[in-house]
Ligand binder design. Structure first.
Ligand SMILES: *Cc1c(COP(=O)(O)O)cnc(C)c1O
Length: 441
């Protein structure tokens, strides 16, 4: 039985798929944080290049991928589609389980899929330098590599607690040639203001965003870059689903259900959106977004306009949110600790085109260990949320005696998360579900 499907470089998609062309209900516009009026391209041009602003709002179904971007993708793409045969055997399930493995990228996750075109379009626009924030470090390391590929400087504001606890992500950012500072830093007004009040601040994603945006807005040769949530980021990630669709066809199957973990929604969207296009056209398929019980934006959040950052400086986005001042407890799936959700994913959930569920972290790590001991790959804690859901769907298939086909996104490897694995294996991980509309801090 064929275990994996590998495509050739010629099969790297030539265009990104834009679901805005096919949504039954269009997205509501982002609003200006001050005037609360819909924002226009000019409001964003201080920190984003015009081509990315255009991609954010366009309704054209396909956006061509430049040759130089496809050439950069070819270092690690197409990524493999693998059948989890040993996991199926261990579960004694009639279900067929497939996963798309994005951990083959040099930075170890799907995030390089959008870092590359973002660096490219900024370079084309004459920009010299990019700034960004990073929590666990996956996004910062991906953008650092992408900037290196296209000859851009890059400065990463890394949440102080991760800067200290994840030294190797920080080392990767430097190895690829970028600057990385602990946030709050002394380099911006936003950072200095926080340090004045609390010199020992651990930082937060919200503070780091404020620093990176301020840096970009106050330097004319500098732009800002975001690794998830926005429409153009999900657009870039659709190369995952397009490849997977071709690979499933070669395997002679079509998924009954596609599954991905959700932080801001980009890896789930990347895999699911091309399939949801077919669902909108009438095909039968389910899509499940999986989030941590400690930061349950879809399952416990409210659909409304909210800020993207803690300080309330970004445009207001229509999305499921736990509130922009929500402080999630420090679970180990750092990449899923975001209070909101991509407007595209929020729209699909509101329109019943996707499902959502939340898991406790001990259940997630149990799935991660079962996966590592059957399939071999040690998954990122974020990705392990998708594995948990895939296993549960396969167990349900066994109960119901149904041979269904399950496809999930393995968004990254967990090689920098081994302290979390150690804690789980020592029985020291705590569950930390939150209730609706309540912040634990
Ligand atoms: C950042 C990250 C996520 C969460 O981000 P999305 O935008 O929801 O995809 C998931 N998995 C990995 C490995 C990540 O690095």
């Amino acid at each position: 039985m064929q275990r994996k499907v590998i495509l050739s470089e010629h099969d790297i998609p030539t265009a990104y798929y834009n679901i805005q062309a096919d949504l039954p209900n269009p997205l509501e516009p982002p609003l200006h944080p001050g005037t609360k009026q819909p924002i226009g391209p000019d409001d964003l041009s201080a920190i984003f290049p015009m081509e990315l602003i255009r991609q954010e709002v366009t309704h054209e179904r396909f956006v061509e991928i430049p040759d130089r971007v496809r050439a950069a993708y070819a270092v690690f793409r197409p990524s493999p589609l693998i059948r989890a045969l040993d996991l199926e055997r261990a579960l004694d399930t009639p279900a067929h389980i497939y996963y798309k493995y994005e951990g083959v990228s040099p930075a170890g996750s799907h995030k390089l899929n959008t870092a590359i075109p973002q660096a490219y379009y900024n370079k084309e626009a004459g920009i010299k330098r990019l700034t960004t924030e990073t929590g666990a470090g996956q996004w910062g390391s991906s953008l650092s590599l992408a900037c290196n590929m296209f000859g851009l400087e890059c400065k990463v504001y890394m949440v102080r607690v991760s800067y200290e606890q994840k030294p190797y992500r920080r080392s990767m950012i430097r190895a690829w040639g970028s600057d990385v500072v602990a946030s709050p830093s002394r380099d911006t007004n936003a950072g200095r203001a926080v340090l004045k009040k609390d010199p020992a601040s651990f930082g937060s994603l919200g503070i780091a965003i404020s620093e990176a945006v301020e840096d970009a807005a106050t330097h004319s040769d500098t732009n800002y870059s975001l690794g998830s949530v926005l429409n153009h980021v999900l657009l870039h990630q659709t190369i995952i689903g397009q490849e997977a669709m071709k690979q499933m066809e070669i395997a002679g199957e079509y998924p009954d259900v596609v599954i991905g973990c959700v932080g801001g929604g980009s890896n789930f969207g990347g895999l699911a959106l091309p399939f949801i296009r077919e669902k909108i056209a009438g095909r039968k398929i389910r899509a499940i977004a999986v989030e941590p019980a400690s930061c349950p934006s879809l399952t416990k959040g409210e659909y409304r306009y909210d800020f993207g950052d803690t300080a309330g400086l970004t445009p207001l986005l229509p999305m499921y949110s736990l509130g922009h001042d929500f402080m999630p407890p420090s679970i180990h799936a750092g990449g899923l600790r975001y209070h909101g959700m991509a407007p595209i994913i929020s729209r699909l959930y509101r329109d019943d085109l996707i499902e959502a569920r939340a898991y406790e972290q001990n259940d997630v790590f149990a799935a991660a260990i079962q996966f590592a001991r059957t399939e071999g790959i040690i998954p990122a804690p974020e990705s392990s949320h998708a594995i948990r859901a895939a296993i549960d769907e396969a167990l349900k298939a066994r109960q119901e005696g149904q041979a269904k086909v399950i496809l999930f996104n393995l968004s990254g490897h967990g090689h920098f998360d081994m302290t979390a694995y150690d804690a789980y294996l020592a029985g020291q991980l705590q569950n930390s579900a939150v209730e609706a509309g309540r912040s634990p801090n």
